[in-house]
Design a binder for this molecule. Structure first.
Ligand SMILES: NC(=O)c1ccc[n+]([C@@H]2O[C@H](COP(=O)([O-])OP(=O)(O)OC[C@H]3O[C@@H](n4cnc5c(N)ncnc54)[C@H](O)[C@@H]3O)[C@@H](O)[C@H]2O)c1
Length: 454
């Protein structure tokens, strides 16, 4: 079977490469010519462990091709997956302009029965909207089905997540005469997952769309919950790790997503929680839990900045070393990363910043931090002078007054403490991912601060 994937970012490329690995013939399309040029040579333009090998193997074996030509991706495909971005608008709602553009382009090239599958995270009702746009823009009268198939992969372990998902959600229109056919095609595409007994949830499109937002908002809830408990632990002298362990052993709660830190970030949880709130607001439904989760997360980022300020006093002329920029390890994604919030706060205080991240390139950082301080021309001008990008953690620490761990990359877990202590001008150590034992750091002469532990 031949399928097309439109949008070749984190989700689209992983989907395309994994389906090719399942034995399907896949054409991946993106409007970004540079990206496609690089992918045609087997070079993945972002960091995702194992993805480049998968892309290269399937390119070589002829099951994976890349194009910027919509007709090429649509012509011979029975299923066309939409995996373009749905970024947040100023009011928090999901911006559907990329989805709508793609719907028009697909319509203009539809030449026979196909299923149009949404992998992007889209607000409830988008399936109907896509159907409307495609119907209106068809060049010839052909039948098609809309399917919602939200994606749950995690950056950093995306291939494993795609190949061994906890579940596959398939939403189809119950009114469609060919709905059963659409389900059969989807099941066929995912046949290898049947063999490993992956649960399939078959439902209507709106329910499938909402499952994605409800899942991400629930994960965000767990994080904000444990962050607030961590803040209480600090006041009352409890240890949040033991609290999380004690809670997580209860099967009804589960131990995942109960790790305290500087707030959640990334391209999904912040935008999806806000988009869900916006959706509910439009329906006059109050989602007070999700609303509190979003506010707690904003507060958590500020609480981290305040921890530094409270411990060190005036930060002007002080140098802060930041280890880790990506919102979590094993990815180069810095969208909405808590590190960017901290950088902006430190720039506001006129602190100097030395950063190191194993995969995030310096240019991304400068671009993003400029975006974050876009309304402050003075800070924007200062940012290129105040931020230094370093080649390793030790270079970052050299001459700094404090070290801050913002991402729990494995390589930060066993830093040479004595060497760091000597390189730092002052021994402040802010471990916002709780990867070190407080006792050990204090014994090594650091003024150690973490989240929710003494
Ligand atoms: N990144 C994740 O971890 C993740 C996980 C699950 C779901 N999602 C959802 O999947 C969607 C995609 O996310 P992503 O992180 O892969 O985004 P991304 O920004 O990495 O990739 C989107 C791609 O779509 C391309 N594109 C935009 N308009 C196009 C058009 N008209 N034609 C062709 N290509 C076009 C862009 O050039 C870009 O390469 C979003 O809705 C996101 O919420 C993301």
């Amino acid at each position: 079977m031949h399928i097309g994937i439109i949008g070749t970012g984190y989700v689209g490329l992983v989907t395309g490469a994994c389906f090719a690995e399942f034995g399907l013939f896949v054409t991946c399309l993106d409007k970004d010519e540079k990206k496609i040029k690089s992918l045609k040579k087997g070079k993945v333009p972002f960091y995702e462990p194992g993805l480049e090998e998968l892309v290269q193997r399937n390119l070589k074996e002829g099951r994976l091709t890349f194009t910027t030509d919509v007709a090429e991706a649509v012509d011979s495909s029975l299923a066309i997956f939409i995996a373009v971005g749905t970024p947040p608008r100023g009011d928090g709602s999901a911006d559907l302009k990329y989805i709508e553009d793609v719907a028009k382009e697909i319509a203009a090239n539809l030449n026979g029965y196909k299923i149009i599958v949404t992998k992007s995270t889209v607000p409830v009702g988008t399936g109907d909207r896509i159907r409307e746009i495609v119907s209106r823009n068809l060049k010839e009268l052909v039948h098609f089905d809309i399917v919602s198939n939200p994606e749950f992969l995690r950056e950093g372990s995306a291939i494993e997540d795609f190949m061994r998902p906890n579940r596959v959600i398939i939403g189809v229109d119950p009114e469609s005469s060919s709905g059963q056919q659409a389900i059969a095609i989807m099941k066929d595409l995912y046949k290898p997952l049947y063999l490993i007994e992956t649960p399939f949830v078959i439902t209507n499109i709106k329910t499938a769309e909402l499952i994605k937002y409800a899942s991400n908002s629930f994960l965000a809830t767990k994080i904000s919950f444990i962050n607030e408990i961590a803040n209480l632990c600090e006041k009352v002298g409890a240890d949040v790790h033991m609290v999380a362990k004690g809670m997580g052993l209860d099967m009804r709660i589960g131990s995942k997503f109960l790790h305290p830190g500087p707030g959640y970030g990334g391209s999904c949880l912040p935008k999806d929680t806000k988009a869900l709130l916006k959706m509910a607001e439009e329906q006059n439904v109050e989602l007070s839990v999700v609303d509190a989760v979003v506010r707690a997360n904003e507060k958590q980022k500020e609480i981290m900045a305040k921890k530094i300020k409270d411990a060190m006093g005036v930060l002007k002329e002080k140098t802060i070393a930041i280890l880790g920029l990506s919102f979590k390890p094993n990815t180069d994604d810095i969208r909405d990363a808590p590190s960017l919030y901290l950088i902006r706060r430190l720039l506001t205080e006129k602190a100097k910043i030395r950063v190191y991240d194993p995969v995030v390139r310096s240019l991304d950082l400068i671009a993003k931090s400029n975006e974050l301080i876009a309304n402050d021309s003075k800070l924007r001008a200062l940012s290129s002078k105040l931020i230094t990008y370093c080649k390793d953690p030790y270079e970052a620490a050299k001459g700094a007054h404090a070290l801050v761990i913002m991402t729990e990359w494995n390589q930060f877990r066993n830093l040479e403490l004595e060497r760091l202590r000597k390189l730092l001008k002052e021994p402040y150590f802010f471990d916002f991912r709780n990867i070190y034992e407080p006792k050990r750091l204090k014994e090594n002469g650091f003024k150690y601060f973490c989240v929710g532990r003494q």
